[in-house]
Design a protein around this ligand. Structure first.
Ligand code: UDP
Ligand code: MG
Length: 340
């Protein structure tokens, strides 16, 4: 799409927005026939209520499913123009599937809402999300108000996940998964975050812009099984922490400092022991060397880690600034210059 058109779309908030609902699907043949109708009903209702424009779509992202998911999506697309689909060449995981959908949609619509296809996220929260967008927000996070339907184990591990992330220096919205509205304007900036290890929940807040949250109750999966057992959740947390925070490296550095200090105390203790004659010969010198080496080594690893952390952040080549407002029309000024 030509740049001018994109720009007009990004700045024009007066006309009704085109909404793309992004739905990642992996082996969901059981639940898709149930939820696809719910999505369609919602989009038609939003259109009728004049909140979104008629060109709005439901974009399914097939994440390399091994069952009949793609077949179902293709059939849906043939039945109703609101349904469209893309398919990844292989399974890449939930985060990549959502990203693929967002990048596919960014030049075609004004707003996207990403939602799981299993009916767990309350579709009715979309109304409040679109309202918040119409009120001027560019990002709207869907936050689970309670987890009554989750088992104690799932609730405990899932909430522990958010606490761990925050403690480790990753800014995430508590109890918000990947149910959120993002405007195409934010997506145009988001595409400049070129990292390969993606953790959308931590990256979207980095882009900034006006945001808010809407609350909804998390329901049970309508059919099929969860693809996020504890093992995958831990892997996601580990990925999120290591791709967004260098705090673990800082912790090695702090540990090194503490050990170095303790070693210093140990050395004094050994020397005092030597002079008071309370030790066997050779003990003091051995303890001194062990303490010294231990302390120095951890401290040095910490310093090296600090540099590796910097290199790591540099390799991500994230944008260093993002402009959200201008008092003038930049594209217009550019055209004026090229005409003269
Ligand atoms: N999903 C995906 N690729 C995967 C795993 C999951 O696209 O490799 C999709 C899945 O179809 C669903 C969403 O991600 O729409 C969330 O997965 P799930 O419901 O299994 O996770 P849970 O809600 O139990 O955390
Ligand atoms: Mg689910």
């Amino acid at each position: 799409m030509d740049k001018k058109v994109v720009w007009l779309r990004l700045t024009d908030r007066k006309r009704l927005p085109v909404l793309y609902i992004i739905v990642p699907c992996y082996n969901e043949e059981k639940v898709l026939p149930v939820t696809s109708g719910m999505f369609l009903e919602k989009i038609i209702r939003l259109e009728a209520e004049k909140k979104i424009s008629a060109g709005s779509r439901i974009l399914f992202v097939n994440d390399g499913s091994k069952d009949a998911t793609w077949q179902i999506i293709s059939n849906l697309a043939a039945q109703d123009e609101h349904y469209i689909g893309i398919s990844q060449s292989r399974n890449r995981g939930h985060q990549n599937a959502v990203l693929a959908g967002l990048m596919e949609a960014k030049d075609l619509c004004d707003i996207t809402i990403s939602i799981d296809c299993d009916g767990q996220d309350d579709i009715n929260a979309m109304d409040a999300m679109v309202d918040a967008y119409l009120d001027g927000c560019e990002v709207v996070y869907g936050v689970r108000s309670n987890r009554q339907t989750d088992t104690f184990f799932k609730r405990f591990t899932a909430e522990g996940f958010y606490r761990l992330m925050n403690w480790m220096g990753v800014e995430v919205v508590f109890n918000h998964a990947d149910y959120r509205l993002i405007s195409s304007r934010v997506l145009q900036e988001f595409k400049n975050f070129r990292e390969v290890n993606i953790f959308l929940r931590g990256m979207v807040p980095l882009v900034g812009f006006k945001s808010t949250s809407v609350y909804y109750e998390r329901a049970k999966r309508l059919a099929g099984e969860s693809h996020y057992p504890l093992k995958k959740m831990l892997a996601l947390a580990f990925d999120g922490i290591t791709s967004l925070s260098v705090k673990p490296i800082r912790m090695i550095m702090s540990l090194g400092l503490i050990v170095a200090l303790l070693s210093f105390v140990g050395i004094i203790w050994a020397v005092v022991g030597e002079f008071t004659g309370a030790t066997v010969s050779g003990w003091a010198s051995t303890v001194c060397i062990v303490c010294f080496m231990g302390g120095i080594q951890l401290l040095c690893i910490g310093v090296i880690g600090e540099y590796i952390g910097k290199i790591y952040l540099e390799t991500k080549a994230r944008p260093r600034y993002i402009i959200s407002e201008r008092t003038y029309d930049r594209e217009q000024s550019r055209e004026d210059i090229s005409e003269n």
